[in-house]
Design a protein around this ligand. Structure first.
Ligand code: ZN
Length: 504
């Protein structure tokens, strides 16, 4: 190695003469109180053991010294990594920064450790993220993924400083969240007929224990798990479980097709709110994140137009169009979450039909239908997460325009994700300050196996991670592509199946 080739590219790299050389994987030492950074050390040592085996860590001739510093305290993810001839020094104000720095070392060792030794060029890396929200969304409704697989993905994502796992837990094709007061959501709503399996039942849900396990596993890697329960549309799994919550009363089924469906929760039925309360209580209990994604996308209004209860509601609220009922529901959900100390996130449809029921100011908008939702939301004073399908953030799209590639609906290349710019020219400084970051989304209609999911995620998420972490002035696709070639070999060692074709 003559250059570090880190992804995402750090803020500053300065090389010094000489090399650091040691046998084995260097051991972590620190002078501070023994409890500090214990979690980060344990995770890192576990990651090293998984790749290199325990013997590589025993009796190493080199060391990584951890230091707590107040110098970069304004951003908890900042770190300073010094590669010196006689050892490695990693400084940060918080565990998050130490963890990010250790992941850079993980990148080095994945690349350089061979024949029982490692050699690195000397230098100093100073780094901090551009955006606080660098996310990945996995749809676990259209297809169900095991706890082991999710952990593998989280561990692999942590290599590129991804810090948000947006967990899409419910949709028309399956409800994956146990809610004690509504047991049928999982008893009925978690299973569907699957044509691929000759109409056998397909599905599953995560137990409370498994959810806590994933949340803890992510937290150890400084990844926050943000749950999504998609309401009031995309709710066939709810209606199949509790048909009384729909406008027509059914019959309904957990959908075995992939589409946008007419049946949604009945806006005129007061019973949908106790259900939402129970769901939000469950989420508040299981997920420490202060954010809850409430969905709100692709709601069809035809049932509300025809339903006597919904018409009554419309009249009682003095509304003129059924579509306005969605903004009324959104504002109620946002309030319920506020009462639980949580902040709602919605897909960009929550901006629409809000003349009578304005979108509550704290609601964060996730811009997916291009960036216009994010532009409008930030102009209206809302915080924004950019995940536009037009700019490389939809990982279910094909990675290149070739019929041999898996994917649906369109093409989102690595280069598009790299060139995605969350702050657009339309935004003034006030609007730009509301952009939290962005994320890559993997919808799983045709992703029936974890290995296919890996191929869709990597390396496109590496490009998105760099877009969200690295300083804008360093954006350079050629430079990225050179580093990526090296980085993909590191991901190979983690057992990640990757797309390796043209970047765009
Ligand atoms: Zn209705």
């Amino acid at each position: 190695m003559t250059e570090y080739s880190i992804i995402p590219r750090p803020l500053s790299v300065v090389y010094h003469p000489g090399n650091f050389h040691c046998t084995g994987i260097p051991q972590i030492v620190h002078d501070e109180n023994p409890g500090i950074f214990l979690n980060e050390i344990q995770v890192f040592v576990g990651q090293m053991k998984n790749i290199f085996g325990g013997e590589a860590l025993n009796g190493s001739s080199g060391s990584i010294r951890l230091l707590k510093t107040d110098i970069m305290a304004e951003n908890s993810e900042s770190y300073r990594l010094e590669i010196l001839p006689d050892g490695i020094r990693l400084s940060a104000a918080a565990g998050a920064g130490i963890f990010r720095g250790l992941q850079v070392l993980r990148q080095f060792f994945l690349q350089e450790y061979s024949d029982g030794a490692v050699t690195l060029p000397c230098g100093v890396i100073e780094d901090k993220p551009r955006f606080p929200w660098r996310g990945f969304m996995l749809d676990c409704s259209r297809h169900f993924y095991s706890v082991e697989f999710i952990k593998h993905i989280l561990d692999s994502l942590s290599l590129q400083h991804i810090n948000i796992f947006h967990w899409h837990l419910t949709d028309d094709q399956g409800w994956r969240l146990p809610v004690r007061q509504y047991p049928l959501l999982t008893e009925i709503g978690s299973k569907r007929r699957e044509h691929r399996l000759h109409n056998a039942f397909y599905g599953g849900f995560y137990t409370e224990v498994e959810i806590r396990e994933i949340v803890a596993y992510a937290a150890e890697r400084h990844i926050e798990v943000v749950p999504e329960v998609d309401l009031p549309g995309h709710t066939s799994s709810v209606l199949a479980s509790y048909p009384g919550l729909g406008c027509t009363g059914g019959p309904y089924q957990v959908e075995d097709r992939f589409s946008i469906f007419e049946d949604v929760l009945c806006a005129g039925n007061d019973d949908i709110f106790p259900l939402a309360e129970a769901v939000f209580d469950t989420l508040a209990e299981l997920f420490p994140s202060k954010y809850v994604h409430i969905g709100g996308d692709e709601v069809r209004f035809n049932r509300w137009r025809e339903c006597p209860k919904c018409q009554q509601r419309l009249a009682a609220l003095g509304l003129s169009a059924p579509a306005q009922l969605q903004s009324w529901i959104t504002s109620r959900f946002a309030l319920m979450l506020q009462q639980r100390g949580r902040t709602a996130i919605g897909w960009d449809e929550v901006l629409e039909n809000t003349d009578k029921f304005p979108l509550p100011k704290d609601v964060i908008v996730m811009s997916w239908r291009g960036q216009k939702g994010g532009i409008e939301a930030s102009a209206r004073g809302h915080r924004v997460i950019m995940a536009p399908y037009s700019e490389g953030c939809y990982l279910d799209y094909r990675p290149i325009d070739r019929p041999e590639e898996p994917g649906q609906l369109g093409v989102n290349t690595v280069a598009q994700g790299y060139n995605m710019e969350p702050v657009t020219p339309e935004m003034d400084n006030a609007a730009a300050s509301l952009i939290l970051g962005g994320q890559g989304n993997l919808w799983s209609e045709i992703i029936y196996a974890g290995k296919i999911a890996e191929y869709m995620i990597f390396p496109r998420i590496c490009a998105i991670a760099e877009t969200l972490w690295s300083d804008r002035k360093h954006k350079n696709l050629d430079d990225f592509s050179k580093r990526l070639a090296i980085h993909q070999n590191r991901l190979d060692k983690l057992g990640v199946l990757q797309y390796r074709g043209a970047l765009g």
